[in-house]
Design a protein around this ligand. Structure first.
Ligand SMILES: Nc1ncnc2c1ncn2[C@@H]1O[C@H](COP(=O)(O)OP(=O)(O)OP(=O)(O)O)[C@@H](O)[C@H]1O
Ligand SMILES: Cc1ncc(COP(=O)(O)O)c(N)n1
Length: 291
């Protein structure tokens, strides 16, 4: 017997709102065992990013190989990578044993919420050429979609759909473009999958500025994918109802969005900083809240 097992390949983010820290908390909150391979170290506070240090490629490779050679992974999330060298090393590590990583969810983090670049231009280009073809699920915001395609930011749902289809053509079966940046009363995310296109609407939460929602969403999708793989393994798919059918990813994404929305709402009143300002995290551990 074993729990759903998930690996995150991503950067450390010192204030715990995004990056590996947010991934591991989210995996835990959703019942998965989380392993990690750290790709870079960032010094971040709610006021912004102070420094970004990609790790040497061999350090990243060694962590991935150690985990993938020995642990029975159900799913892997790939997040922030920092440099073209690390992107290429991660792609090489995955290609060497593609079957050992389970379902791969790629969240190609490019820019932090305060506008700081988290990867070089060559690194971003390498994500497009080397990692997109290896991903099963691509989860990204509108700015990341535009950058990967070399197009302007989408200004309508139709343009989001065109960009999602263009990204799907590069490899991943399922592409989720999140629409936090598209103005409107509702937030609309767009999901393209083998069965068609779905628009996922939710009421926009207004209030304090949030950081880490995108990271938490892709981590929640990864954890749910692993949970379904685990139910499948032990022959208990019936117990989770719809989320075990052909519409898996639509249901999984919808439930991951609900998780992020509750985690965002729940942390609206948090004041973690001395000055009380800056971007606030979501409450990743909302499922463990006893109140
Ligand atoms: N104001 C909001 N109210 C409700 N949901 C939101 C809001 N903003 C974003 N979301 C949801 O959060 C998820 C992440 O979306 P977003 O487009 O903001 O990604 P992001 O830019 O990577 O986020 P972040 O930089 O905060 O991590 C999506 O599911 C989106 O619908
Ligand atoms: C190491 C690291 N990873 C990711 C993000 C951004 O995440 P998000 O897009 O969720 O704000 C970040 N700021 N730092």
């Amino acid at each position: 017997m074993r729990p759903p097992l998930v690996l995150t390949i991503a950067g450390s983010e010192s204030d715990g709102a995004a990056g590996v820290q947010a991934d591991l908390k989210t995996f835990t909150a959703l019942g998965s065992y989380g392993a990690s391979a750290v790709t870079m170290v960032t010094s971040v506070s709610p006021r912004g990013v102070r420094s970004v240090h990609p790790l040497p490629r061999e350090v990243v490779r060694s962590q991935i190989d150690a985990v993938a050679e020995d642990l029975l992974l159900d799913a892997t999330k790939i997040g922030s990578l920092g440099s073209a060298a690390v992107v290429e090393e991660v792609a090489a590590a995955v290609r060497a044993h593609r079957d050992r990583f389970g379902v791969i969810v790629l969240d190609p983090v490019m820019v932090s919420a305060d506008g700081t670049a988290l990867i070089s231009a060559e690194g971003a280009a390498a994500v497009g050429t080397s990692l997109l073809p290896l991903a099963d699920v691509l989860s990204l915001n509108m700015a990341e979609a535009a950058q990967l395609l070399g197009r302007p930011l989408a200004t309508s749902i139709d343009e989001m759909r065109d960009q999602a289809l263009a990204l799907q053509a590069t490899g991943p079966d399922t592409v989720l473009i999140t629409g936090g940046r598209l103005p409107g009363e509702d937030v609309v995310d767009l999901l393209v999958h083998p069965g068609g296109t779905d628009l996922l609407r939710a009421e926009r939460i207004t209030g304090r500025r949030v950081r880490g929602a995108g990271t938490t969403l892709s981590a929640a999708i990864t954890a749910q994918v692993a949970r379904i793989a685990e139910f499948d393994r032990v022959g208990e798919l019936d117990e989770i109802g719809e989320a075990g059918t052909a519409d898996d990813l639509v249901t999984i994404v919808a439930s991951a969005r609900e998780f992020v929305a509750s985690a965002t709402e729940n942390a609206q009143d948090w004041r973690l900083t001395r000055g009380g300002d800056g971007y606030g995290p979501v409450n990743h551990l909302i499922t463990l809240d006893k109140d």
